[in-house]
Design a protein around this ligand. Structure first.
Ligand SMILES: Nc1nc2c(ncn2[C@@H]2O[C@H](COP(=O)(O)OP(=O)(O)OP(=O)(O)O)[C@@H](O)[C@H]2O)c(=O)[nH]1
Length: 315
């Protein structure tokens, strides 16, 4: 893990309007990676959009916005909240230290700057940030396929469910299961079974239509797809195409299986914003699961749709 954390070049953003400070910091930090600098907060936010830095060194007093405000803004944005912010200050006011931590600052360095202290602190924070990012990634990724894992699916489902209600947009969920996979494993062995799951996972990710659509490994030989802002009609044809895509992978199935090549079954369901107002996010998954069961019952290698039922407490 240490190697992975250190392998990429880090990106450090200095936000300070004092050019002498910028020059001193650049000299102290250039060995740690790429150093960029902004002279005010407006410039800084543009640079952050271009690329998320691994560390921000922030002057407390900027010409257009207070450093504390800049830090609060960053900590309130999902994409920047985990970036460590190190304040640079000559402020000796009582209580200032608390203010830095109150707005989510990682630490502060007092002027006059000591280049070795700056470099040491920066290095520690970059390493922490990298390690946390890596852990986050590992916690949300299925190790075998590289797809999003069940945890990511559950989290994203909860987010999209709320959005469905708030923005009055439908939300479609599909569950996919590899057909007669036990026969595949029994015939070819577990390692070949893993390779088969990986091939299907790659095909599913290649077939994703939009960046917002989520493809996850739901568990075992099951996958789950999330289509935000999408009606059932918008997804049906795509799912039919997925059946063909998997068939065309031409993965030879076990001799005892119904089809010569590996196939999948799909169930899907759509939640409208009206339903989101009175149901749970799991109701749409349950409905998709019910539809998957129907696909299996009807002979596999097919797509079925099921309406979201009212929860038992409402029926
Ligand atoms: N190789 C491999 N096999 C897995 C993995 N996860 C689950 N399986 C296997 O997938 C098989 C699923 O079998 P079943 O649930 O009986 O279903 P099936 O044989 O696919 O039959 P249908 O779903 O009815 O078409 C089991 O043999 C599991 O051991 C995995 O990560 N790797």
């Amino acid at each position: 893990m240490k190697k992975l954390v250190e392998s990429q070049r880090s990106d450090i953003l200095i936000i300070d309007d004092d050019r002498t400070v910028v020059i001193a910091l650049n000299k102290a930090l250039k060995d740690l990676g790429r150093v960029r600098f902004a002279l005010n907060s407006k410039q800084a936010f543009v640079m952050i959009e271009e690329r998320l830095p691994d560390l921000i060194l922030l002057d407390v007093e900027l010409p257009d916005m207070r450093g504390l405000e800049v830090c609060s803004t960053l900590k309130n944005r999902p994409d920047t909240k985990s970036i460590p912010v190190l304040f640079i200050t000559s402020n000796t006011e009582v209580g200032f230290e608390e203010k830095v931590f109150d707005v989510g600052g990682a630490d502060y360095i007092a002027k006059p700057l000591n280049p070795r202290v700056v470099a040491a602190r920066a290095k520690t924070h970059v390493a922490y940030h990298r390690a946390i990012e890596l852990l986050e990634k590992l916690a949300h990724t299925d190790a075998m396929t590289g797809l999003a894992n069940r945890r990511t699916f559950d989290e994203q489902l909860a987010i999209e469910f709320k959005r469905c209600y708030r923005e009055q947009e439908p939300l479609t969920v599909a569950i996919i299961d590899i057909d007669e996979f036990k026969k595949y494993n029994d015939h070819f062995g577990h390692i070949a079974g893993d390779e088969c799951i990986k091939s299907i996972a790659s095909a599913l990710i290649r077939s994703a239509r939009r960046p917002v659509d989520l493809v996850a490994r739901y568990g075992g030989e099951e996958f789950a797809l999330l289509f935000p802002n999408t009606h059932a009609e918008g997804v049906g044809m795509h799912l039919d195409n997925l059946l063909h895509t998997i068939e065309q992978l031409n993965l030879t199935h076990a001799p005892s299986a119904t089809h010569d090549v590996v196939t999948i079954s799909i169930g899907y369901s759509t939640l409208t914003c009206k339903q989101a107002a009175r149901l749970d996010d799991w109701d749409v998954v349950q409905a998709a699961d019910k539809a998957l069961y129907e696909s299996k019952e009807k002979g596999r290698n097919r797509v079925s749709f099921a309406k979201v039922d009212a929860p038992s407490s409402l029926t």
